[in-house]
Design a protein around this ligand. Structure first.
Ligand code: BTN
Length: 283
């Protein structure tokens, strides 16, 4: 990655228990909190996951962190591409921290999961906060648009040996993968350092394009046979790319589909797939 050291992210607000670090920072963004504010919790009672799901983890086991980021003029000024760019930056920074701290090199699964052998190691949830007026109770004024990006990284849970639970969840953790407990604070530090570098690079000319290319290279979904569950529909095809806007391109027997949101299931491991034949969509 390119980039000069940017301003460090912080301050870090730490919570033993909170409903959701994303919810907390969305409220802080609406109250005018600055770019870079971080919230980290040992436990969340209402952790938010993608597609309206809950994100659960036992108290103190995993890294639960959110970062408030504010777009700058060198990005598009339109919140949707910023949302995507910031989300990818967090996923890539988390992958780098896993490698540095635990020697684990995760793949990225579209849109922003970290996976090892197709088991989920981490998920990222971004929420946009459109510009608006600060509530009178807080003080007169207005607030700029913001993006809150939350990362749930399975550090010590699921534990090694808890195979049934981990299998049911399709999840893994750094502890399971390495056999040694890993320090959440070291990972937090690594994620924030890499993220600060990535955010400053995003504000440089060509930064978003560089990152999009890096994402495409690391995204293990590209090239895989996948089933996509999008809205109430599901279809199967071969993932053939990711657009600059972060949409997944999937070739099916009835043509190319552009997936903007949804769940993707990786079918068969590439080592067991035939090299060239594409069976097309499921019957
Ligand atoms: C996913 O569904 O894959 C995304 C999960 C994101 C969970 C994290 S944990 C910290 C932050 N706070 C939340 O409420 N959610 C995110």
């Amino acid at each position: 990655m390119h980039g000069t050291p940017g301003p460090a992210l912080g301050p870090i607000r730490r919570f033993d228990v909170i409903d959701s670090t994303n919810r907390y920072l969305v409220d802080e963004a609406r109250a005018g909190a600055p770019h870079g504010l971080v919230a980290v919790a040992k436990h969340q009672t209402e952790g938010r996951g993608r597609l309206g799901r809950r994100w659960e983890a036992p108290p103190g086991a995993n890294l639960l962190v959110s970062v408030l980021l504010r777009p700058r003029a060198s990005l598009t000024g339109d919140l949707v591409p910023d949302l995507h760019a910031f989300t990818v930056a967090v996923a890539l920074a988390a992958a780098e921290a896993c490698m540095e701290v635990a020697g684990v090199d995760p793949d990225l699964k579209w849109p922003n999961d970290l996976v090892v052998d197709d088991r989920k190691l981490a998920g990222v949830l971004a929420e946009a906060v459109a510009a608006g007026r600060i509530a009178e109770a807080v003080g007169a004024g207005s607030f700029a648009p913001a993006v809150v990006v939350g990362l749930g990284l399975n550090v010590c849970w699921p534990e090694p040996g808890s195979d049934a639970a981990a299998d049911a969840l399709g999840a893994t953790s750094l502890y399971r993968l390495t056999g040694a407990p890993v320090d959440c604070d070291l990972l937090l530090q690594g994620v924030l350092e890499h993220l600060a570098l990535r955010i400053s690079d995003l504000f440089e000319p060509g930064g978003p394009e560089r990152q999009a290319e890096e994402y495409r290279t690391r995204c293990a979904t590209v090239g895989r046979l996948v089933t996509v569950e999008e809205h109430s529909e599901s279809f199967t095809g071969r993932a053939c790319g990711v657009s600059d806007q972060g949409h997944l391109l999937v070739d099916t027997a009835s043509g190319r589909r552009v997936v903007t949101a949804g769940d993707v299931v990786h079918l068969r491991h590439p080592r067991s797939e035939p090299p060239a034949m594409d069976p097309g969509p499921a019957p």
